[in-house]
Ligand binder design. Structure first.
Ligand SMILES: *[C@@H]1O[C@H](CO)[C@@H](O)[C@H](O)[C@H]1NC(C)=O
Ligand SMILES: *[C@@H]1O[C@H](CO)[C@@H](O)[C@H](O)[C@H]1NC(C)=O
Ligand SMILES: *[C@@H]1O[C@H](CO)[C@@H](O)[C@H](O)[C@H]1NC(C)=O
Ligand SMILES: *[C@@H]1O[C@H](CO)[C@@H](O)[C@H](O)[C@H]1NC(C)=O
Ligand SMILES: *[C@@H]1O[C@H](CO)[C@@H](O)[C@H](O)[C@H]1NC(C)=O
Ligand SMILES: *[C@@H]1O[C@H](CO)[C@@H](O)[C@H](O)[C@H]1NC(C)=O
Ligand SMILES: CC(=O)N[C@H]1CO[C@H](CO)[C@@H](O)[C@@H]1O
Length: 362
């Protein structure tokens, strides 16, 4: 049962509310003990595996670009072509605030593609008003926008949600408080972060995220791409078994499980992003980016060193990285709420249900 609500503050999208205040100290301790060592262990694996991958990865093709967009939260931005041509779709981003190293800035981008009997075809792509035809650059630009803007939005409500769970002692959701706040603290303040800080990059780990931290925080303040339920309703039009359709059905499943377990309905969207959207999106990112491309969207081609950097980044940061002894997946938590949710998600897609975690863990 939900305990009485001491504070009724709304759950807010604040990525930078990640300081170690007294009430969340135990979560920082748990994170340093159980989750953060996984990055050091996995680093060795990432290096070795990436050396092998250099021999097998191929450059992105049109179907990789479209597959990536349709099977990650980028799917939320897909619209039928404005001139109404059937089978043609557009993805358009304006007023983006993201900056990359070496002084580059992504202001806007627009992709148009076609699906049909002969497979998919990218028709045109513009970035900052300039046409780009190189498939590597197109993929890399979309990847850059997705991980630092769209995906980041699934992290945004987590700090506030965790503080709500802790401050109100919501026992049913205890597992949903793990790791998220300390993880965000490390991303925004640690010198080991994968994000650049004033153009500086961690020298210790040897992988190279290329986005500037301050620009990620700035971009995260604009949630208009996710305008509440409108966005959610639109997903259903993609078809029941598309990525977006499955997310739509998962949200309904979460809603009914929350009702059964007496969890305040106001937590729905935050909890949805924090558990299902975040982990399923990570899974999509890593499945659809086993390719040879540079992390920097303005690199004209991808040399061996850049391909290696990208691969280390993917294995270490985008691939789900969990402590096998404390994975915090729904499946592994032997408590009624999480087991109930796991069962419902399994009816939608068993593979998807297995990757969902109770909180933002990586
Ligand atoms: C892409 O091409 C179509 C016609 O082929 C054109 O109408 C549209 O404006 C172009 N889009 C971009 C972003 O260049
Ligand atoms: C896109 O960005 C470029 C500059 O980077 C700007 O000149 C252009 O007007 C922008 N286009 C749109 C549609 O906002
Ligand atoms: C970035 O590195 C430069 C040169 O090493 C240093 O002077 C500067 O203080 C660093 N900036 C930050 C924000 O750490
Ligand atoms: C690869 O990562 C290292 C370490 O962060 C970075 O210094 C380097 O610039 C990156 N190289 C490329 C080509 O992205
Ligand atoms: C927020 O992002 C949307 C596109 O996702 C854009 O149209 C809008 O202009 C942005 N707003 C601000 C204030 O940057
Ligand atoms: C996250 O929550 C917001 C606000 O409740 C919601 O509008 C949005 O659709 C969710 N984001 C994603 C990626 O599902
Ligand atoms: C693996 C997977 O889920 N692939 C899906 C990617 O998106 C397309 C279009 O929505 C689906 O048809 C695929 O099944």
């Amino acid at each position: 049962m939900m305990s009485s609500t001491k504070t009724s503050s709304p759950i807010l999208p604040r990525i930078d509310d990640c300081e170690c205040t007294p009430s969340v100290q135990h979560i920082f301790r748990r994170h340093y003990l159980l989750q953060s060592p996984m990055y050091y262990i996995r680093w060795i694996y990432a290096i070795l595996y990436s050396l092998y991958l250099l021999f097998v990865l191929r450059t992105p093709k049109d179907r990789d670009i479209v597959g990536y967009i349709e099977n990650t939260t980028m799917a939320m931005l897909i619209r039928p072509a404005t001139d109404g041509k059937s089978g043609e779709y557009e993805v358009t981003v304006c007023d983006c605030k993201l900056r990359a190293s070496r002084g580059y800035k992504l202001n806007n981008m627009s992709l148009r593609y076609k699906t049909g009997k002969n497979g998919v075809q990218v028709l045109n792509f513009t970035r900052n008003g300039v046409d780009v035809t190189n498939r590597c650059e197109i993929f890399s630009t979309i990847y850059f926008y997705h991980i630092y803007s769209m995906h980041t939005k699934s992290h945004l409500f987590s700090n506030s949600l965790v503080r709500h769970i802790v401050d109100n002692d919501v026992h049913t959701l205890q597992e949903s408080s793990y790791t998220s706040i300390p993880l965000h603290y490390e991303l925004l303040h640690s010198s080991l972060s994968v994000l650049e800080w004033g153009g500086n990059m961690s020298r210790y780990l040897g992988y190279g995220g290329v986005c500037i931290r301050e620009s990620v925080v700035k971009e995260s303040r604009n949630m208009s791409a996710l305008e509440g339920h409108q966005a959610v309703r639109r997903w259903n039009s993609h078809g029941k078994d598309s990525f977006a359709g499955k997310l739509f059905r998962s949200r309904l499943a979460l809603q009914s499980v929350m009702e059964r377990h007496d969890i305040a309905p106001k937590l729905l969207d935050a909890l949805f992003n924090h558990t299902i959207v975040h982990s399923v999106d990570h899974h999509g990112i890593s499945e659809w980016s086993y390719l040879r491309f540079s992390l920097h969207p303005w690199d004209k081609n991808c040399n061996t060193y850049q391909a290696f950097n990208t691969s280390v980044f993917r294995v270490l940061i985008t691939q789900p990285n969990l402590n096998p002894l404390a994975p915090n997946t729904l499946r592994s938590i032997n408590k009624p709420f999480y087991q109930d949710l796991y069962r419902e998600l399994k009816n939608i897609d068993p593979k998807m249900a297995d990757v969902v975690t109770a909180s933002v863990m990586y």
